[in-house]
Design a binder for this molecule. Sequence first.
Ligand code: CP
Ligand code: NVA
Length: 308
Amino acid sequence: MNHFLDIHKTDPADLRGMIDHARAMKEARKGQPKGVPDADQPLANHMVALIFEKPSTRTRVSFDVGVRQLGGQTMVLSGSEMQLGHGETIADTARVLSRYVDLIMIRTFEENTLLELAEYASVPVINGLTNRSHPCQIMADVMTFEEHRGPIAGKKVVWTGDGNNVCTSFLHAAGQFGFDMTFAGPETLEPEDDAIGFARQKGSKISLERDAGLAAEGADLIVTDTWLSMHDPQSARERRHNQLRPYQVNADLMDKANDDAVFMHCLPAHRNEEATSEIMDGPQSVIFDEAENRLHAQKAIMRWCLER
Ligand code: CP
Ligand code: NVA
């Protein structure tokens, strides 16, 4: 079964194939209205469940549109309107949903919910973000970087801010796509050891820095994310802001990176907190290409899931 659970759990050749496929699908429908079906309809007669236990704009809309372009049908479900988490086990939910739908995408809190769903489902399951990782986002980000700057292998990516779920998936991608990565942030917000260990064991150079300016030197890509993720308590807000203010992406920081460095943010962003509007709207920013590429990358992921 081809579940798409995480970048480090997926064969690197398959990941490369998905990026190439996503680029070809994007190219093939250039200039067409979004509602025009793709020439190829691999999801024809397929029903896809999109489950959200957390809010979403990009993931929700890009998956829904992507399924339709590939000829399938969707149902969007929120966690609160399902029995999931209201007593029914995740295993039973997985078995039941597998009788109705051909593919499941889930955005949830605990990684274990995703893993248990995948273990008991007899249809492919896609990770649409957990507290721990966000692989679909980073597939779109790798695609976006390569569209603008060519192969990402051997490049230097600098993550500044909170070493969160998106950062973890970036580290997984560093290992699988062969780029180096520097984390700049406070010690208490460093990314998880497992992800760092994975990337290092695959041969990527991974550094941990306290000084964002030093980290940014020689960067080909500067990337950040919100200072408080959806699973973080609001009570942490003030402390996070105080801790992370020195890691804001602004003109001073971008100036320290390579001249042709790009800026990424998975969005939603808090403008003038983790990144200034000047940078978000500036010439080095590729944030809206990242958002668009969620659509193309996820179409390639869904096709890969249904291949076997
Ligand atoms: N980047 C991302 O996953 O956005 P949403 O939370 O809007 O889906
Ligand atoms: N780190 C963020 C990403 C949102 C797409 C969160 O988990 O809320």
